[in-house]
Ligand binder design. Structure first.
Ligand code: HEC
Length: 477
């Protein structure tokens, strides 16, 4: 059965019968033994491509003898990990002004433990398992073969600081822990028929899920002073962002600039979201870590966010280029690191909500991620986030259409595993899930040389972080 044809009726029956048991929880019910036998073991045995773009094997061997080729970690577990694997930082209050930093640093340690010493090669971690998202290899923004970095977004002039006069780009790789891997197994165990309902209530990423993402840029210390003493990875990338087009890829050194984390923490249910987001900015001036991946120890907490503070309408943007981090004291669901000796100046998001250096200053982690759905009908950023007053450099200083309904909705709190648009399926705040399902569908259309009626029932939009709205209908011959 193709997932598009999953009858609405069954969907609602499923929903109704299960919600009774799982009120306030996005944890899936336990796996049935039948499913385990189906794939004859404890792991999914798929063979998704490892990456989508790479130089030839001959060139790789002659020019890069010290590099490795990226391998997708994809033996997703069919069994839910037991509670003993819940991270120990689930004891630390993330919403306490005095302790949130302890929480977010513990998440960083959890991501680094067993990984920093193996250069973040997931398969080599001896401490715990980490997985990658399938299908990120596909399309013009497809992942590359040195480190699995997928082309992500453009960085506009001055976004990273006053000396960054030219545009740059971000490439990134996500890591999913065993709890998250269980959900990926449920979604992808039949590789030809992914189940998008794996991330919608009564399912969804289980409590204990930790996802982290390393973000790299082709900007360097000549334009961004805190990228001194860099942690670098080779990557096969486009020379410039070039409107997201995929032409003329070259091998370049990329610099670690940011690390993002997402945690499915049940204590965040009370804020109406169920998720905790956190981000870190690279500050090479601290000169922590000896070399190689240990340089990742220069990642400094920017802040934490467990809700959008819908009640707060303080309307300000910290315009590019930033000179200092502006903290909005009215926010209750974002906490920002006030230590400017450690943290380079941050623009943050709208009204001071959490956002990282490469993210847009009129959005926020949670508002963008809440839109994750399949098909992706909602825009990642509403158009009102681009309308306002500008400074002499042409940078936005104040939004002027913040009363628009779409903008207000964008900063409401959405419960985990709940669709943003009524007619779509929730990807439970994971935009890589949304991308993977979208890429898979486009590929399948091409492969079968045909379309499904359901693809014409709603209009998905192309996933753009820069706010441009392209309707994404199948290209008919
Ligand atoms: C304007 C939209 C936008 C904003 C703002 C944004 N992200 Fe994302 N994020 C994305 C997209 C698109 C992806 C998927 C593609 C990728 O990984 O690059 C993603 C991927 C991720 C992932 C990988 C997990 C997944 O499946 O989605 C994490 C973790 C993450 N973001 C955390 C954050 C954090 C933390 C912040 C704030 C500091 C943030 N994001 C801000 C758009 C956004």
């Amino acid at each position: 059965m193709y997932y598009f044809k999953f009858p609405q009726r069954v969907k609602y029956l499923l929903y109704l019968s299960c919600t009774v048991f799982i009120l306030n929880s996005c944890s899936p019910p336990s796996t049935s033994t039948e499913k385990v036998e189906e794939t004859n073991g404890k792991f999914v045995k798929n063979n998704f491509p490892d990456f989508g773009r790479m130089i030839s094997p001959a060139e790789f061997h002659s020019k890069f003898p010290n590099d490795r080729v990226f391998k997708l970690s994809q033996d997703y577990p069919l069994e839910m990990p037991d509670d003993s694997q819940i991270p120990s930082f689930f004891d630390i209050p993330f919403d306490d002004d005095e302790r949130w930093m302890e929480y977010i640093n513990a998440v960083r340690d959890y991501a680094f433990e067993g990984m920093i010493d193996v250069d973040f090669i997931a398969q080599e971690s001896k401490v715990r398992k980490w997985y990658h998202m399938p299908w990120m290899h596909w399309g013009p923004q497809g992942s590359e073969g040195f480190h699995g970095l997928a082309k992500e977004a453009e960085i506009g002039p001055y976004q990273l600081g006053p000396d960054q006069k030219t545009s740059h780009q971000t490439y990134a790789l996500g890591f999913y822990n065993e709890f998250a891997g269980y959900t990926l197994a449920q979604m992808w165990k039949d590789k030809d028929n992914p189940d998008p309902y794996a991330t919608q209530k009564p399912n969804g990423f289980p409590v204990g899920t930790v996802i982290f993402k390393l973000l790299f840029t082709d900007a360097d210390e000549s334009e961004v002073d805190y990228l001194v003493n860099p942690m670098t990875w080779n990557a096969y990338i486009t020379p410039t962002w070039n409107n997201g087009q995929d032409t003329g890829r070259v091998v370049k050194k990329m610099h670690l600039i940011q690390m993002d984390v997402m945690v499915r923490d049940p204590r965040a249910d009370q804020y109406g979201t169920g998720w905790v987001f956190g981000t870190f900015c690279y500050n090479g001036k601290l000169n922590n870590g000896k070399e190689g991946s240990f340089r990742a120890e220069n990642l400094v907490p920017v802040g934490i966010q467990f809700g959008n503070d819908p009640q707060d309408t303080t309307n300000f943007i910290n315009p590019y280029p930033v000179t200092k981090t502006i903290i909005n004291p009215n926010l209750k669901q974002t906490k920002i690191n006030p230590d400017s000796t450690q943290l380079p100046p941050q623009h943050l998001g709208w009204g001071g909500r959490l956002d990282g250096p490469v993210d847009l200053n009129t959005s926020s982690c949670m508002s963008c991620h809440a839109t994750a759905e399949f098909p992706q009908i909602a825009a990642l950023v509403p158009k009102e986030s681009f309308i306002g007053d500008t400074n002499a450099l042409g940078q936005l200083t104040k939004l002027t259409e913040t009363q628009a309904e779409e903008f207000i909705d964008y900063f409401k709190n959405l419960e985990c595993a709940t669709p943003y648009t009524a007619d779509a399926t929730s990807c439970d705040f994971s935009l890589q899930v949304s991308l993977a399902l979208g890429y898979f569908t486009e590929w399948k259309d091409e492969e079968v040389e045909g379309y499904w009626t359901s693809e014409f029932e709603r209009l998905p939009v192309e996933m753009n972080r820069d706010g441009s709205l392209k309707i994404n209908v199948p290209q008919l011959d």
